[in-house]
Design a binder for this molecule. Sequence first.
Ligand code: MRU
Length: 349
Amino acid sequence: MIKTIFWKNNSVVLIDQNALPLFERHVVCKSYKEVISAIKDLTVRGAPAIGVAAAMGVALGAFHLPSLSPEKFHKQLLTIFEEIAKSRPTARNLFWALERMKQAVDRKNNEKQNKLVKELIDEAKRICAEDIEINRKMGRFGSKLLADGDNILTHCNAGALATAGYGTALGVIRAAREKGKKLHIYVDETRPVLQGARLTTWELKKEKIPFTLITDNMAGFLMSQEKIDKIIVGADRIAANGDTANKIGTYSLAVLAQVHHVPFYIAAPMSTIDISLKSGKAIPIEERKSEEVTNFKGIRSAPAGTKVYNPAFDITPAEFITAIITEKGILTKPYSSSISLMHKEDKPS
Ligand code: MRU
């Protein structure tokens, strides 16, 4: 199994996603600042994986603090939380994981520093292990939506690499395959960072799942040729009404799917849903550096000084989404009711 992120010898170990598919190597983060850099430069990416990295970053930061008075320890811990929260803005899972870690702090507030640090390490490991379990559950629900022989289009990478393991959208595909369904996957290359071409293909090849790589601008033509039966993608943040932020290009796919009557599914854990935001309009969209668009691996493909707009995500309106696959079940329209109901059930009483 692909293990995207794990805790080893009081360090956070990550698969280096910037090196894939050419090199399979790991990056060892020995400080929380290194974890922040890894989140920012996409060494670790994908909403659930970013959440796990954030939790492990907190644990690592706490582990390296010297012995302090309780007040000073909590002050330093707060700085660690605040810095990690600034690493990337869109994925809800990052903030969800930080909230879980804060609850762990509150649980052990009156304990000695070493006990609290141990609890933070244990909680980060739990968040990591639970993520894989959640993806498998999502896979079991979602696989029912896929039929033997389906041609499925996916965008970006919502696989094992985007999570602690197994994946969300690719987890659904994996689960359907485990049930014996034969599938063929069209992989959008996913400009500008090529998560589809570099990472999704790498995962599918490893699993021997048949796939064909296409450029993003080919998807509409394929739909017009009736080559795509279903589309499944992941999500970075889902608002209370079902509007969904995901990798730039997702919105175009959803609109095309609507015109061509292709079912369009989102697969995401409950931790991606942000019940506090009424609609997608309130989801913060990260803008990344212009070099992602003007250069590829250091080689310039646009004239020097070219002005660039590079939003990393877009918003797909809820009306274009056929269903949202979660670990609690499959949510359907109207999402404001199905999300609110599922959210209430998800909360521990
Ligand atoms: O910029 P990235 O690579 O972190 O963007 C990732 C995506 O948009 C994924 O589709 C999303 O996080 C879902 S991953 C299960």
